[in-house]
Design a protein around this ligand. Structure first.
Ligand SMILES: Nc1ncnc2c1ncn2[C@@H]1O[C@H](COP(=O)(O)OP(=O)(O)O)[C@@H](O)[C@H]1O
Ligand SMILES: [Mg+2]
Length: 276
C-alpha cells in the first residue's frame, strides 16, 4: 500500500533585502543589529553580505582570511549558500561573507540567462541543506547601487526593507528605488513587497532630523516603522570590535531601538504572510 504519512515540507525562510542605492544610510548596521536582535528572540538568521566592501562580514568579526567561500562563489554557482555560511559569535546568527571578488561578479554572470536568479536559486537550495533547513530569516545586505547584485537580492526576496537616513536629502533617490522594486515585481518576482522604511541616525537635538521624520511619514504613511534608530556613538564603535552593537552595549539607545525594530519586523511579517 502507498505510504500516505505526510512528509513535512521544508519551509522557506522569510527573505528580506536591505536596499538603498545611497551609501552610508545604515543598511549594513541594520543588517547586523536587526539580525542579532532577531536571533536574540529565538529566530535562526542568515545575513548574506552582498556588498564587495564586506562591512557586514567585518562588523560580525569574520576577518578576510577566514572568508573561505564567499557570496561571489555563490553567485558564480561554484558553491551553495550553505557551504559559504559561517557561524558568528551570536547564537542563531550566521553569515555568508563577501570578498572584493564580488566587484567582478556582474561581468562573470551578465551573459547567463539566469543572471538575476542566481541568489534566489541558492536560497531555494538552502531548504534542502540539513544545517540550514530551519532558518527563519535571511537578511541580504545590498551594495549602494541598483546593480545586478541588488536585482539578485530583490528577485530572491519576499520584501524590501529600506533604511533611510534622517538628513536633508533623505527622500531623494527613493522614487528610483521604488521604481526598481516595481520593475522587479513586474518581471522577475511578483511577490516582492515593501516590508517597510526605517529611519536611521535620528538626532533629537537637531531640528532638521525632526522635520525629515515628519516629511517622510507624510509621504510614506504607515510604510514607515514606528521605531526610529537614534544616532548613537556606541553603534558606530561596535564594528571596530567585530561585534554587533547589541553585544558591545546592550543597554545603549541604539541597541534598544534595534530590539524594538525586530519586534515590529516580526509583526509585519505575520501580517504580510497572512495577506499572501
Ligand atoms: N544609528 C547610528 N548611529 C551612529 N552611527 C551610525 C548609525 N547607523 C550607522 N552608523 C554609522 O554610519 C556609517 C554608515 O552606516 P552603514 O550601516 O555602513 O551604511 P550603509 O551600509 O548604508 O553604507 C557607519 O560608519 C556606521 O557605523
Ligand atoms: Mg553597507
Amino acid at each position: 500500500m502507498t505510504d500516505l504519512t505526510p512528509v513535512a515540507l521544508p519551509r522557506r525562510p522569510r527573505v528580506l533585502a536591505l536596499a538603498n542605492q545611497k551609501g552610508g544610510v545604515g543598511k549594513t548596521t541594520t543588517a547586523i543589529n536587526l539580525g542579532t536582535a532577531l536571533a536574540a528572540t529565538g529566530e535562526k538568521v542568515l545575513i548574506v553580505d552582498l556588498d564587495p566592501q564586506g562591512n557586514a562580514s567585518t562588523g560580525l568579526g569574520i576577518d578576510r582570511k577566514s572568508r573561505k567561500s564567499s557570496t561571489y562563489d555563490v553567485l558564480c554557482g561554484d558553491v551553495g549558500l550553505g557551504q559559504a555560511m559561517q557561524e558568528t559569535a551570536v547564537p542563531g546568527l550566521f553569515l555568508a561573507p563577501s570578498t572584493l571578488d564580488l566587484l567582478g561578479v556582474e561581468l562573470e554572470i551578465a551573459s547567463s540567462k539566469d543572471r538575476a536568479h542566481r541568489l534566489k536559486h541558492a536560497i531555494d537550495e538552502l531548504m534542502y541543506d540539513q544545517r540550514c533547513s530551519d532558518l527563519t530569516y535571511v537578511l541580504i545586505d545590498c551594495p549602494p547601487s541598483l546593480s545586478l547584485i541588488t536585482i539578485n537580492a530583490m528577485t530572491a526576496s519576499d520584501a524590501v526593507l529600506v533604511p533611510l537616513q534622517c538628513e536633508f536629502f533623505a527622500l531623494e533617490g527613493l522614487s528610483q528605488l521604488l521604481k526598481t522594486v516595481e520593475q522587479v515585481r513586474a518581471g522577475l518576482n511578483p511577490r516582492l513587497a515593501i516590508q517597510g522604511v526605517v529611519l536611521t541616525m535620528y538626532d533629537a537635538r537637531n531640528n532638521l532630523s525632526g522635520q525629515v521624520m515628519a516629511d517622510v511619514r507624510e509621504f510614506l504613511g504607515d510604510k514607515v516603522y514606528e521605531t526610529v534608530i537614534p544616532r548613537n556613538v556606541r553603534i558606530s564603535e561596535a564594528p571596530s570590535y567585530g561585534k554587533p552593537a547589541l553585544l558591545y552595549d546592550l543597554r545603549c539607545s541604539g541597541s534598544q531601538a534595534y530590539l524594538r525594530l525586530a519586534s515590529e519586523v516580526i509583526k509585519r511579517e505575520r501580517a504580510l504572510r497572512a495577506a499572501a
